[in-house]
Design a protein around this ligand. Structure first.
Ligand SMILES: Nc1ncnc2c1ncn2[C@@H]1O[C@H](COP(=O)(O)OP(=O)(O)OP(=O)(O)O)[C@@H](O)[C@H]1O
Length: 222
């Protein structure tokens, strides 16, 4: 579902080139879940942005499904993101002027892929039934993140990319939100790439890799 082939990425800084990814190779199968760990600043978000086609590698190839991203222009990458990917971040990125129901529909509408039955099921599963006409500011942090997860899964994306999705929540809310995320990912048949600092968050996923000095190592520890 997702493949990185010898991906290299650096940033230009006033102090010179900062290498971040130095030949990253990765395969994520359909329906598989993978945790990506590593110390702060090692390049986890950079890798996730490349997977989402929000940035492009210096060298190497990122492939989603059977589509090498280098063959797409900006518009093509946006289309692929809308139709194939769900994105969840630590900041919920909900639209404050839209109510729960409209936030939930947003991505599916943009993709032209609304599924009323799945949306209704999502509202129930997210524990937001009866809250459809509330606005994000009227929800707790955990409820807002559940809504952000629901919005990302409304199109049943082939691949969900999550960057510290429980990083802003207390431990009890984080556990509940993670359990819900994993259950919904399984229900929608999506693959999952999840960035986390927390071994506790990584534990229930199928596999874990650690990014260290620009390369991926198997397992949770260095
Ligand atoms: N646009 C940029 N320009 C220059 N340097 C950048 C840029 N974006 C990120 N970096 C640097 O690249 C390195 C990797 O950043 P990245 O955000 O991918 O790390 P991370 O592992 O996600 O960190 P954290 O766990 O703290 O969120 C860091 O040293 C960061 O300072």
């Amino acid at each position: 579902m997702l493949e990185f082939r010898q991906v290299h990425k650096h940033y230009a800084t006033p102090q010179g080139a900062l290498p971040v990814l130095s030949g990253v190779t990765l395969r994520l199968a359909a329906g598989e879940s993978l945790a990506l760990m590593g110390e702060s600043g090692c390049g986890k978000s950079t890798l996730l942005h490349l997977a989402a086609g929000l940035d492009v590698p210096d060298r190497g190839e990122v492939v989603i499904g059977a589509q090498p991203l280098s063959t797409l222009n900006d518009a093509g990458r946006s289309r692929l993101r809308r139709n194939t990917l769900g994105l969840v971040f630590q900041q919920f990125h909900l639209v404050p002027s839209l109510n729960v129901a409209d936030n939930l529909r947003l991505q599916a509408r943009l993709a032209g892929r609304e599924d009323a039955a799945w949306s209704a099921r999502l509202v129930q599963r997210l524990g937001l039934a009866g809250r459809e006409y509330h606005y994000p500011e009227q929800l707790s942090g955990g409820q807002q993140q559940r809504l952000a997860i629901g919005r990302a899964l409304a199109v049943r994306p082939a691949l969900l990319l999550a960057d510290e999705p429980t990083g802003n929540l207390d431990e009890a809310s984080a556990d509940a939100v993670l359990a819900l995320l994993l259950a919904l990912v399984a229900e929608s048949g999506s693959s999952l790439l999840l960035v986390t600092h927390s071994a506790r968050v990584a534990a229930p996923l199928d596999r874990c890799l650690t990014l260290h000095r620009g390369r991926l190592l198997a397992g949770r520890s260095l």
